[in-house]
Ligand binder design. Sequence first.
Ligand code: ADP
Ligand code: MG
Length: 363
Amino acid sequence: MTSLGRGASVALTDLEKSYDRVAAVAGVSLDIRSGEFLTLLGPSGSGKTTTLMMIAGFETPTAGDIAIDGTSVVGMPPYRRNIGMVFQNYALFPHLTVEENIGFPLKQRGMPKPERAKLVGEALELVHLPGYGGRYPRQLSGGQQQRVALARAIVFKPRLLLMDEPLGALDKQLRENLQLEMRRLHADLGITFIYVTHDQEEALTMSDRIAVMNDGLVAQVGSPEDLYDRPSSRFVAAFIGESNFLPATVRGMEDDVVVAECEGAIVRAICPGRPASGDRVLLTTRPERLRFTDGAWSSSAPQNRMNVTVTEAVFAGERCRYMLQAADGTAMVLKEPSSAAIRRRAVGERTEIAWSVADTILV
Ligand code: ADP
Ligand code: MG
């Protein structure tokens, strides 16, 4: 037998699930590495829960394969897969104490009481709830209940933990605290986490890699930086963070850089493929990467430049947000950190903006 890490590897191959011939999952292939924190991110209805349920064994694939540590688990009942699972709505047993809730999976596996007590104690420590064992779920806050659900999911030392929007019911502050705790727990346990969320900020904060889902398919897989800096499609660029989109016409290539005409200006962009001269394409860039050229700013990197008019100016505390309009009418957003030392722009002002070629992507 080959030596395995503490975390399971999961391979999804052409995975499909249809209900009444409508595909909830339409052909997902994804390799999740041992010990990885992988997030399925996508809008509501994109197939995240269905994918997770098939991995857990609560739904049967219509087609395709799921392998855990290299062995197909299709047809294996959920309890034999040894996977921990946390849902959005806690799903604690209301009539059992915290200790009994957490010990439940161990009791199911026939573990004797003294051994059970030891593992339950350890799990309570891991989720920062020692001393809460005798309480009932109704005596706990939402955040505490979710910690108990988490403890119950890891108490039997699974090699894979699945979580479906586990923080969705909590308020923002608590959610952010628990996000950090989940990351810590992931580092401590060293097991594989597959996490589902529709919240792009949460996905960016927590994940080693993110698989962006749309209409039952994986649109792109990569690290948070990959997805934010190098989105491969308009969907990903728009779903993760905020993006400007510039329609352009290709005029040529300079090595891996595409030269395009856009709003009367020549704009250069990073381009994975090789579009032909005359092709109509879409370029994208992030609002915080744009700068006013007459501001306190300089860069030695190659820049794109464009003349614009300010159409809206909003002071939003830590940053100022400007709506700009280019010559042919394309709207763009520019965000800059607010500072008493930076001149505020007025609506109607005509000015020039610049941004790096490296921050301009053809999607
Ligand atoms: P997500 O978790 O990304 O919001 P789901 O996996 O829950 O998406 O659902 C994907 C699609 O499959 C949705 O259109 C949903 O309505 C449909 N679907 C999910 N479960 C069922 C079911 N049991 N019966 C019929 N349609 C379903
Ligand atoms: Mg869901």
